[in-house]
Design a protein around this ligand. Structure first.
Ligand SMILES: Cc1cc2nc3c(=O)[nH]c(=O)nc-3n(C[C@H](O)[C@H](O)[C@H](O)COP(=O)(O)OP(=O)(O)OC[C@H]3O[C@@H](n4cnc5c(N)ncnc54)[C@H](O)[C@@H]3O)c2cc1C
Length: 467
């Protein structure tokens, strides 16, 4: 490998939360004798990727992610480091509600946020028909479900608790996070706790009960957010990138290996950039294109990661025009209901900073029950969403305002074998330790996981040999 100039030059491709976290970390880290020169290349005209906030109904709302999971500390730690921690707010407490069998019904309380740890809670919830309850209860009697290899969440839950429990309890919960079909989602990648319970216990219900007894009493909220929108995280990060050369409107098209061990990046601005190391923090399909010429095997694996499109619609109503909202903070919709809505949050009741005496703000997610819905024209979509809201909660009047955000190919689908695919991907790049992949497509798509992956990519580069 060639002798490096005094300062290594590292490119970060992609200015979402993953790339920004990597760039910040790199700009504060020594690679060998000096901190590296860091260039961040972002294809669009703005930083933040899926994190995007917007003015709506005289306040600021999130169009992409709206909540930070507290169990994975990377996001809250970053808030601390950016001086934002004192402003974090928790949502109003409330059970999760599912729109099924013609009305809103509370999911039974359970340690996995809706998976029952007994038959009685299932009966009480009314989510399953009597036949569905009997089938779920069969879990207590069925022999152990073996399985060493990864399989779908659907195959395990269907087998243990039956089709109704899968469709009406697990599908809305998991689908809300991964936007996918539980019959295709990887158990290991999306529900590792469930996989663990199935391995440790003959019955899933008994396993859930045992785990519930062992679980420590909750010490705080499960989620938090930032009033003023999560884009404040992006602005906070941006302020700390004073030594990073940030180029928006400049996407990377191709990475080429150079004879001296460095890389050439060809960009949409017609530039060729020579760098010593790269963090690729873009969606898998974009990474496949960038690496297509140089590491075709990696590109093939990346190109096999599918994406789902979704949309988010904000609606603002006069408070007096709506019937009283049911308890909780909104509802989830099973895919099997084939609705335009896949979830609706009473945002002004859920988040204290959005509370208004004269308005009710709803945040609706679209696209799982009717995947083609996310691409419908806006007036049709508003009409269909209002149709669902009319049936679910009795909305009669038109909203004062709506705002639609479409997210095309936004949710990477962690299909069965996902973790193995990621491991193979890393293997194909084992000979290129100065190319690191990070982001939502790989080891967790939540904001905290993306921050952690960006930071880890920077740390892995720093751990390499630099003069
Ligand atoms: C509607 C929605 C709701 C969500 N809700 C939550 C939530 O409540 N909580 C949570 O934790 N997570 C949530 N998520 C998931 C989370 O927001 C994302 O997984 C995460 O923000 C992805 O970050 P990233 O940096 O890996 O990717 P992205 O945000 O996709 O960033 C990648 C960047 O790369 C750029 N790019 C693409 N191609 C190129 C190229 N060739 N060259 C240069 N740049 C390129 C893109 O323009 C983009 O800016 C949600 C996601 C969506 C879509």
């Amino acid at each position: 490998m060639r002798q490096l100039a005094e300062r290594a030059h590292i490119a970060v491709i992609g200015g979402g939360i993953t790339g920004l976290s990597a760039a910040r970390e790199l700009s504060r880290t020594r690679l060998g004798a000096a901190t590296p020169r860091v260039t961040l290349l972002e294809a669009s005209d703005r930083l933040g990727g899926k994190i995007r906030s917007s003015e709506f109904a005289d306040t600021t709302v999130d169009l992409g992610p709206e909540a930070l999971l507290t169990a994975i500390p990377a996001a809250l730690d970053l808030c601390h480091e950016l001086g934002l921690a004192d402003e974090l707010v928790a949502p109003a407490q409330g059970r999760t509600t599912v729109w099924t069998r013609g009305r809103l019904r509370e999911l039974p309380p359970g340690i996995l946020g809706g998976l029952p740890d007994g038959v009685l809670p299932i009966v009480r919830s009314g989510i399953l028909s009597p036949a569905g309850v009997v089938r779920a209860g069969a879990d207590l009697l069925l022999p152990r479900t073996d399985g060493a290899d990864d399989r779908s969440v659907g195959s395990l839950v269907r087998r243990r608790l039956g089709a109704q429990a899968l469709e009406r309890m697990i599908d809305p919960l998991l689908g809300g996070i991964y936007g996918g079909d539980p019959d295709r989602l990887s158990l290991s990648a999306t529900a590792p706790r469930l996989e663990h319970l199935a391995r440790e216990h003959r019955s899933l219900i008994r396993g859930l009960r045992a785990a519930g007894k062992r679980a420590p009493a909750s010490s705080g909220p499960m989620f938090m957010t930032l009033p003023g929108g999560l884009q404040r995280l992006i602005r906070g990060l941006q302020r700390q990138l004073s030594t990073v050369e940030v180029h928006c409107n400049e996407g990377v098209q191709r990475l080429t290996f150079l004879a001296d061990g460095r890389y050439r990046l060809s960009t949409t601005a017609g530039r060729n950039l020579t760098v010593d190391g790269v963090v690729v923090a873009v969606p898998a399909y974009a990474a496949a294109q960038i690496l297509g010429d140089s590491v075709p095997e990696a590109a093939g694996l990346l190109g096999g990661i599918e994406y789902a499109s979704v949309a988010v619609m904000w609606l603002s109503f006069r408070a007096t025009s709506l019937p009283p909202l049911p308890p909780g903070s909104g509802f989830l919709v099973p895919r099997s209901e084939r609705r335009t809505l896949s979830a609706c949050t009473w945002a002004s009741a859920k988040w204290p900073h959005l509370a208004r005496h004269d308005r009710v703000l709803l945040r609706c997610s679209i696209g799982r029950g009717r995947p083609q819905a996310a691409a419908l024209d806006e007036p049709t979509l508003v009409r269909d969403v209002l149709g669902d809201l009319r049936e679910a909660i009795g909305v009669r009047e038109d909203p004062l305002e709506t705002h639609l955000a479409r997210w095309e190919r936004a949710m990477p689908q962690y299909a069965v074998g996902h973790l193995e695919r990621v491991a193979r991907l890393e293997q194909t790049l084992a000979g290129q330790p100065r190319i690191r992949l990070a982001g939502a497509a790989f080891r967790g798509m939540g904001v905290p996981q993306c921050i952690a992956q960006g930071q880890a990519a920077a740390a892995q580069l720093a751990a390499g040999r630099w003069p």
